[in-house]
Design a protein around this ligand. Sequence first.
Ligand code: 9D3
Length: 266
Amino acid sequence: MWYWRTGEWLSIGNLIIDDAMHFDVITLFPALIRDVSKYGILSRALDMGICSISCWNPRDYCTDRYRTIDDRPYGGGPGMVMMAEPLAKAINAARMQHENKRKVIYLSPQGEKVTHAKFQDLDETGLIFICGRYEGIDERLIRTEVDEQWSIGDYVLAGGELPAMVIIEAITRLQPGVLGNDLSASQDTFSDDLLDCPQFTRPEQYDGDRVPDVLLSGNHREIDQWRLKQSLGRTSEKRPDLLESRKLTQLEQRLLDEYKQENRDH
Ligand code: 9D3
């Protein structure tokens, strides 16, 4: 379900479902948010009314005739800084839509790095995301309006819109009813701190490489064990850091030892 509150927006429906997850995005590029939402799981969740997104463009809250949203940084230096006032007005328009009960998150490289676990533990019915552009936003806006700052990782992007969509997609696919199969979300990598096992589909032989026999056996106990063993093995090879913070059961330890034995020469 889409709400184009400001600017060139287009509206489908005009009620906010009580138990839906609602995201408000403060952005100079609402079309970027809209277009990324047209695909896959996110698009389906929006259609089903399980989540909704509204965009608020600070450009629409300017008061000068040039609709200025940025200015040069005090103290000099390259680039521009987003001005506090248009942003504050856009944030408050979003806040008022939700009786001022929403957490305001500024997406920024200075933020806390988000994780799957954080999204699973999230206890909110919605969030307001501020997407910065240029060199960032006026620090005083952070002091007055922002509850938390989130980053999606240690690399430099051009703005907060893609991080917002990364986070919205990650949270949305955890909402009940979004994945046709409710098992999928609980079987995720990171929900049990293990990487995925290898996947195969037809044909049985591709480029001289055969699907492992166990997967063709129909023995589901053996298949589950094989998959768990592969997950443990791959995690220990590629992401040993994930295993350090996770206790292995006796079975898991045995499977991991077997994996290492079997893959010793590779
Ligand atoms: C760290 C570089 N900054 C000092 C020169 C300038 C700057 C670069 C890019 C300031 C902001 C940005 C835009 N980035 C985001 O808005 C952003 C982001 C990111 O770049 N990486 C990871 N997570 C995020 S969340 C928002």
